[in-house]
Design a protein around this ligand. Structure first.
Ligand code: DQA
Length: 150
């Protein structure tokens, strides 16, 4: 029998404001809706998820470090820290767990400062512009990669 994969899903700053923040970009669904969506998608993929959100860079770095030995992979939307945080990139590199970066919006077609992603340098894939569905795609990607990892 296949073992159930454990994936840590980390959401960065302001994602708790989904539904309120810039609905033209991020939609009208709330953070609670996002968590429910991820849990439902994970269930269908037979993945156990722990879905977290923080507005604090250090907390996110602590969670990445603590994932070592506890989770098989990481799905991360570092939000604004995507474009600034060498600390998050280094933490992802340090634990070396398969990590997939997700963005609700398509950062490649937005302001220039969103085109740089430090996190992507430590991730096996980046999924952007698919709304909430990007998280399902990221979980699938993790599963696919982990299936071929000894
Ligand atoms: C985001 C894109 C980032 O540029 C932005 O700072 C966010 C959300 C997204 O999911 O589209 O907060 O990561």
């Amino acid at each position: 029998m296949n073992k159930t994969l454990k994936i840590l899903v980390i959401n960065g700053p302001n994602l708790n404001m989904l539904g309120i923040r810039e609905p033209d970009i991020y939609g009208r669904k709330t953070y609670k809706d996002l968590v429910a969506f991820i849990q439902e998608a994970a269930k269908k993929l037979n993945i156990e998820v722990d879905v977290r959100q923080s507005n604090h860079e250090g907390v996110i770095i602590d969670w990445i470090q603590e994932a070592l030995g506890k989770f098989d992979g990481i799905v991360i939307n570092p939000a604004a820290y995507t474009h600034t945080s060498i600390g998050i990139m280094d933490a992802l590199k340090a634990v070396a767990l398969p990590a997939v970066e997700v963005h609700i919006s398509d950062i490649s077609t937005r302001e220039d400062f969103r085109h740089i992603s430090y996190a992507s340098k430590a991730c096996i894939a980046t999924i952007a512009g698919h709304g909430f569905d990007g998280y399902r795609m990221a979980l699938e990607k993790c599963k696919e990669v982990l299936a071929t990892t000894p």
